[in-house]
Write a new protein. Sequence first.
Length: 248
Amino acid sequence: MISIKSDREIELLREAGHIVYETHQYLKPFLHPGITTQEIDDLAAEFIISKGATPSCKGYNGYPANICISINDEVVHGIASKRKLKEGDIVTLDICACYKGYHGDSAWSYPVGNISSDAKYILEHTEKALYEGLKVIKNGCRVGDISHAVEEYANTYHLGVVKELTGHGVGNHLHEEPNVPNYGKAGTGPVLRTGMVIAVEPMLTLGSPDIYMLDDDWTIKTDDGSLSGHFEHTIVVTDDGYEILTKE
Ligand code: MF3
Ligand code: CO
């Protein structure tokens, strides 16, 4: 069952989402060559806690860090370490925070210094794919409408769509029903109603969409080493569209 949130719940989800947005804005100026992913993770935790929230990823199924930091061909779930960002990297911060029992979830991929035109391409078009997916959302739409819109945009720009990872419902739990795949058929899947809250999160690649997991049991990379982008917002469905919760 996909739950419909009350106005009070939506207000708390908005506050959680806002904290996630603010955490992104706070971290952005630190994303320069030489900073370690551990330093970024520490700054994130300190900031989230200063807002009265907790980092939802920490301890989730045993996840060891506070946020997910994935570089270049890493698609998701990179774990903080002594590794430093380098000029030309792209780095994805996937940030989840829990405020008064409600979660916000947003991922964003950023350039580190000057990046290649390939890197610019994956960032630009993965972000646009997210908004293409969001565009079709309103009361009565189906999950497959979102999936189809993202996939079609990715196909147009010859980007790989990672199939094994999906968006999801958000609420008291970080991951709720429904799954929101980034590929599929319009007019299929669960119907979305006003008050449902989901995270839409295209994960696209410059090459093959195939992925594998590292020995750390978390970090997921592209098989062929191609760059990956990941953009995610948590939104609430409204009568005639949607409201982004992970926003200003
Ligand atoms: N932000 C991830 C998502 O969108 C969840 C990461 S939590 C982790 O689903 F513990 F799995 F890393
Ligand atoms: Co998510």
